[in-house]
Every structure is written in structure tokens, then in C-alpha cells.
Design a protein. Structure first.
Length: 140
């Protein structure tokens, strides 16, 4: 259930055989994101469980999920960009149905992230799920 943007990333990864090239690609994705406004870097948007500083700012308009984010670590900023490709534009009800671990497995990232980065990624995915669940509950 991946978005076309995420499928583009999967296709690009297939062409990059070297993991250093794949890391550079992920970092470049992060560099392409607009910076998160300083006013949005507050405790409420900060993600606990990440070794680096991470902020996720979700928004839901007309039932469509979207989030922006930022990190002080280049690779984590890239992971945020990959998560944005995976989740942005989905109906809020579809967010919980995304198996992010399996989708990241398609990229091979599960096997190439440090334990700290994996924990941080898991924390970001959990935050996204909690926001979507809260939005669903609020609309009922």
C-alpha cells in the first residue's frame, strides 16, 4: 500500500547497488525538504526515543494525512523524507494500515541502520500512528 512517491524511492534504490550511494540518496532526500519552521520545534512536536533531535508536525485536512519534520542529523532527516513519501497524502484511516517496517524492508534499510537509528525510526512511526489514531477517534 505504498504511495507512488515511495515506489519511486524503491525503484531508485534498485539502481543503487552500493550502500554508501543509498545513504547519500537518503541524505539528499532530506536536504530537499523545506526546513521546519522554528515555531514548530516545540516539546509537543519533538519525538522521544531518537538519539538525535527530531520534530514531526502532522496536519490533517479533509481527512488527508500530511506531516513535515526535521532533524539535526542528516541521515535522520533523510529517513523523515522517506516516511513523508510513505505516509503523506493518505486518508487518515489508511495510515494505520501501512506496514512501515515491511516497506522499509523493501529498501533494505532495516538491515543497515544502527540500533539507535532503528529505535528512532520506530519512535517516529509510532508517533505518526498515534496522531492518525487520535484524529480518527476525534472524528467519531
Amino acid at each position: 500500500m505504498a504511495s507512488p512517491d515511495f515506489e519511486d524511492i524503491v525503484e531508485d534504490f534498485e539502481f543503487l547497488e552500493d550502500w554508501e550511494d543509498r545513504y547519500r540518496y537518503v541524505i539528499d532526500l532530506g536536504k530537499q525538504m523545506a526546513p521546519l519552521e522554528a515555531a514548530l520545534k516545540v516539546p509537543a512536536t519533538k519525538v522521544d526515543g531518537c538519539a538525535s533531535q527530531v520534530w514531526l508536525h502532522p496536519s490533517i485536512e479533509a481527512g488527508v494525512f500530511h506531516f513535515d519534520g526535521e532533524s539535526d542529523a542528516m541521515i535522520v532527516r533523510g529517513l523523515i523524507a522517506v516516511l513523508r513519501a510513505l505516509y503523506n497524502g493518505l486518508d487518515v484511516g489508511q495510515v494505520a494500515g501501512v506496514d512501515a517496517r515491511a516497506e522499509f524492508g523493501r529498501l533494505g534499510l532495516n538491515d543497515h541502520l544502527s540500533a539507535q537509528r532503528s529505535n528512532g525510526l520506530r519512535a517516529m512511526i509510532e508517533r505518526i500512528g498515534l496522531v492518525a489514531s487520535a484524529a480518527i477517534e476525534a472524528s467519531e
